[in-house]
Design a protein around this ligand. Structure first.
Ligand code: ATR
Length: 271
């Protein structure tokens, strides 16, 4: 059977191998899928040596994966400047990005949210933020405020969206003056190290929805803050993870698996 993997760091607690094993069983497709730890300096070598025909790429390697594909990327990956799914293409790698569609599917279909017209705050401008920004704009949000510690990265993300009227780069210290947001998304890796920058309660209204693209323990600090600030609804990244995996599975195998059962199983005991 064909080999697949997810590359990133840290990777030991990744749920992707379980998700893809469940999809393979459900669809009757023979494949194996493992987690491989890799970093900026050894990602390319490990990917080439792994013998996989397809792979998912997670933090902090989504921009590395985009560079590795050297222009052989889908339109949505090009707009994001980040790749979360690769497929062997002769001697090359073909890159795509299913994160944005995965997030929008989870929010609209699983959680029943209407994203249209939402004033949206995006914390972070790394590979995860880049992956979801185009799909959020396409889903009809009102505007997107991108906050990042490294301001050049926020500017680059906003420039890449090509919609200067709807997308704005801002610094962390301007946050208290930005007003209320209908949708607040944490796409930083800060909470994975336990360090969440302080956030103003004034960002949140009762109608606000808060989303952390992480899942398990890593999603707790931001979502706990959001609830304390009065957010009506909080969503972690587990649903997005399952949806982006289903989209990657479709790219590799030509079949879109059903995600409901896999999500239900994982959300019972995800960490
Ligand atoms: P990912 O794939 O998770 O996006 P990444 O590309 O390494 O990984 O990006 C990490 C993101 O988390 C970046 O937006 C980073 O901000 P900088 O670009 O300024 O580094 C953000 N981040 C990480 N730790 C942070 C912290 N302690 N405070 C604020 N932002 C943080």
């Amino acid at each position: 059977s064909k080999h697949y993997a997810v590359f990133g760091s840290p990777i030991t607690h990744s749920q992707s191998p379980r998700i893809h094993a469940a999809f393979a069983k459900q669809t009757g497709i023979g494949m194996d899928y493992v987690a491989i730890a890799a970093n900026h300096d050894d990602f390319r070598a490990k990917l080439d040596a792994s013998g996989v025909v397809g792979a998912n790429i997670t933090l902090p390697l989504k921009e590395d994966a985009f560079a590795l594909c050297a222009g052989n990327v889908s339109a949505r990956a090009l707009r994001a400047g980040a790749v979360n799914t690769v497929l062997r293409d002769g001697a090359q790698w073909r890159g795509d990005n299913t994160d944005g569609l995965g997030l929008v599917r989870d929010l609209t279909e699983r959680h029943g949210l209407d994203l249209r017209g939402r004033r949206t705050l995006l914390l972070g401008a790394g590979g995860a933020a880049r992956g979801v920004a185009p799909a959020l704009l396409d889903a009809g949000i009102h505007s997107l405020y991108v906050i990042n510690r490294n301001s050049a990265r926020a500017d680059a993300l906003v420039d890449a969206m090509g919609e200067p009227g709807r997308t704005h780069a801002r610094a962390w210290d301007t946050l208290p003056a930005l007003g209320e947001f209908d949708l607040l998304i944490n796409a930083t890796s800060a909470s994975r190290g336990g360090q969440l920058p302080s956030l103003a309660m004034a960002l949140v209204a009762p109608r606000s929805v808060a989303v952390d693209l992480s899942y398990g323990e890593a999603a707790v600090p931001f979502l706990a803050w959001a609830r304390a600030a009065g957010c009506a609804q909080t969503v972690d990244g587990l649903g997005m993870l399952v949806e982006q995996a289903a989209e990657s599975f479709l790219l590799w195998h030509g079949v879109r698996p059903d995600t409901a059962a896999v999500f239900a199983e994982l959300s019972g005991r995800a960490d």
